[in-house]
Design a protein around this ligand. Structure first.
Ligand SMILES: *[C@@H]1O[C@H](CO)[C@@H](O)[C@H](O)[C@H]1NC(C)=O
Length: 250
């Protein structure tokens, strides 16, 4: 397929921007492979434009990043919570999620795989799904576990709740996701900071008036907002008041 010189120039500029580095030939080949792999998934056979339509410079587009944050915030706003924190997309944990998606292994990697230097001591959690047609379908599939969940009890019927409770954990302030098509099936990975401990699962948020724990940092949407800052210690957690506190006395 012939790509015009003008388009090619834009394409190369965008690719090198995405990596923040000068494009080398090996990166070029890497992207070609990814492009063809994602292209084949949805290809209309014989359509000369399909490669052009399926070009994916960034495995998770900025629009998808925004959708991922908005959908999580929408679920987080559906409950009455005193301490639900505002979410931000985080490029560092997204890069780790992308590494798992690129490995095409449909199982969780380790906490060590997910940890990032920018968030020292922060335990990062993870949700994955496979085979769904879109980010929206994947996220809704995690969230539907709310039918198995009651605050203070955990699972009411033995059903899975862990994806939902990770989405709903009050102290999550950062999310970053990765995507790839593996053997014709779509693999979606989201990493969360903070990750949930088993002690968080029954009570992922505190029930009560929105922002009751953060009268000074409440957003218009009713989230506590400390500006995305994390504590520099594995024993401390950012409280809704934006003080670093020992995690067991929050
Ligand atoms: C996770 O870490 C292990 C050990 O360092 C490494 O072999 C593996 O490739 C990593 N997985 C991913 C998805 O980065």
């Amino acid at each position: 397929m012939k790509i015009s010189g003008y388009f090619q120039a834009i394409l190369l500029a965008s690719i090198s921007m995405a990596y923040g580095a000068i494009l080398t030939s090996s990166e070029d080949i890497y992207f070609c492979n990814r492009q063809i792999e994602t292209g084949v998934d949805d290809a209309v056979v014989g359509d000369p434009h399909y490669e052009m339509k399926e070009i994916q410079l960034d495995p998770v587009s900025v629009e998808e990043e925004n959708l991922i944050v908005l959908m999580h915030e929408s679920y987080r706003a559906q409950v009455q919570s005193t301490n639900m924190m505002k979410l931000r997309y985080h490029a560092g944990i997204a890069e780790k999620a992308q590494a798992l998606a690129d490995s095409c292994v449909f199982s969780h990697d380790t906490a060590q795989n997910r940890s990032v230097a920018e968030l020292p001591g922060v335990y990062v959690g993870q949700n994955i799904c496979k085979g769904h047609s879109s980010w929206a379908a994947c996220i809704d599939n995690w969230a539907i576990e709310k039918n198995n969940f009651a605050l203070g009890i955990g699972s009411t019927n033995g059903g899975v709740i862990g994806h939902y409770t990770q989405m709903m954990l009050w102290k999550v302030m950062a999310i970053g996701c990765g995507f790839n098509t593996c053997g014709g099936s779509r693999l979606y990975v989201c990493n969360y900071a903070y990750g949930q401990f088993s002690s968080d699962v029954k009570i992922p948020w505190r029930n009560g008036n929105q922002c009751a724990d953060c009268p000074n940092t409440c957003t218009v949407d009713g989230f506590c907002d400390c500006g995305g800052i994390f504590c520099d210690s594995e024993y401390k957690v950012m409280a809704p008041t934006c003080e670093c506190k020992m995690w067991w006395i929050i």
